[in-house]
Ligand binder design. Structure first.
Ligand SMILES: NC(=O)CC[C@H](N)C(=O)O
Length: 196
C-alpha cells in the first residue's frame, strides 16, 4: 500500500518535529499553509504552539473555514497541545476572540497544567499503543475537562484526561514529537491508513 500523505499545519508551532516523526512512521509528510495545500493531503497534524496565535493566523491565511470543512468532511486529524485546543468544540480559559475548529465533543481547559516553568515529562499509559507507556512532554498543557458520549478517553495523567479520540480525530495534551518515541504518530498513521 502506498504511504498516506499527511500535512502538518504550518501557521505556527513545532512543525519540523512532527514532519520528522511522521516520516519515521512511514507517512509522506509535508507542511500545509494554504487551502490548496490542504486540499492535497489525506490527513493533518495540528502542532503545539500558541493556540491564540494559531487561531489568528488561520483567519489571516484564509484557512479557518477550509480547515473546518475538511474536519467536518471526516479528514483524519491529530492535534497536540495547542492542536488539541484547536479541535475542542468548547474552550475554558481561552481568549474571547479565539476561534477553534471543533471536531471533538469535549471541553478543553487551556493552560490547565500551569505555566511554562511548570512544564514536565511523564510516562503515559495509552490505550491502543503497545510496548509500555509513551513519553509525554507537557508544556503549558491543556487538559480535557469533560467529554461527550462519542469520545473515547485514551489516556489520563494525575486524574485528568490527556488523550482522546472521536472517530477520525485524535488529540493529546502532550507533545510526543519531542521525545523520539514515534508510537503515537504511528497510531495516527494507522488510523489514516484504515480510512483510505
Ligand atoms: N505547548 C503548547 O502547545 C501550549 C499551548 C498553549 N498554552 C496555548 O494555549 O495554545
Amino acid at each position: 500500500m502506498t504511504n498516506p500523505v499527511i500535512g502538518v499545519l504550518a501557521l505556527q508551532g513545532d512543525v519540523r518535529e512532527h514532519l520528522i516523526a511522521l516520516a519515521a512512521a512511514d507517512a509522506v509528510a509535508r507542511p500545509v499553509r494554504r487551502p490548496d495545500e490542504l486540499a492535497e493531503v489525506d490527513a493533518l497534524v495540528i502542532p503545539g504552539g500558541e493556540s491564540t496565535t494559531m487561531s489568528k493566523l488561520a483567519v489571516l491565511f484564509g484557512m479557518l473555514e477550509p480547515l473546518r470543512e475538511r474536519v467536518k468532511a471526516g479528514m483524519p486529524v491529530y492535534g497536540t497541545c495547542a492542536g488539541m485546543i484547536m479541535l475542542a468544540d468548547k474552550l475554558l480559559d481561552g481568549r474571547e476572540d479565539q476561534e477553534t475548529l471543533g471536531g471533538i465533543d469535549m471541553i478543553v481547559r487551556r493552560n490547565a497544567f500551569g505555566r511554562q516553568n511548570e512544564s514536565f515529562e511523564a510516562k503515559i499509559d495509552f490505550a491502543g499503543i503497545e510496548g509500555g507507556p509513551v513519553e509525554g512532554v507537557f508544556i503549558r498543557a491543556p487538559w480535557v475537562e469533560s467529554v461527550g458520549a462519542p469520545v473515547e478517553v485514551l489516556a489520563t495523567y494525575d486524574g485528568h484526561t490527556v488523550a482522546v479520540r472521536q472517530g477520525n480525530v485524535l488529540a493529546t495534551s502532550f507533545h510526543p514529537e519531542l521525545t523520539g518515541d514515534d508510537r503515537v504518530h504511528a497510531y495516527f498513521v494507522d488510523m489514516v491508513r484504515a480510512g483510505l
